[in-house]
Design a binder for this molecule. Structure first.
Ligand code: SF4
Ligand code: SF4
Length: 87
């Protein structure tokens, strides 16, 4: 089931057994590299990627999937609804 945190997305159904741990997925083409999610992740797990998206920005990416708590603070702060949280 997909629920919403404000305008941002949270999905409580992990896609498969391997990915049962909390994690985020960034829709890279929506990201404008504002770094709000980088600032607000309480664990400091998000960084800007070296890749460039179709709009010329370096999109946010999760550094260490094992440490994500699924708290969704990053998704709630993202002004572009680019982050989906799975938990
Ligand atoms: S869900 Fe929470 S712990 Fe995971 S990346 Fe986002 S802010 Fe960090
Ligand atoms: S808050 Fe959203 S738009 Fe800003 S860097 Fe993070 S994912 Fe990209």
């Amino acid at each position: 089931m997909r629920t919403r945190c404000g305008e941002n997305r949270t999905n409580n159904d992990a896609p498969d057994e391997r990915e049962a741990m909390p994690r985020i997925v960034v829709d890279e083409d929506r990201c404008k590299a504002c770094e709000l999610c980088v600032s607000f992740c309480p664990k400091g797990l998000i960084q800007l990627s070296k890749r460039m998206n179709s709009r010329g920005f370096h999109p946010a990416s999760l550094r260490d999937k094992r440490k994500c708590s699924g708290c969704a603070q990053c998704a709630m702060m993202c002004p572009d609804i680019a982050i989906t949280v799975y938990r």
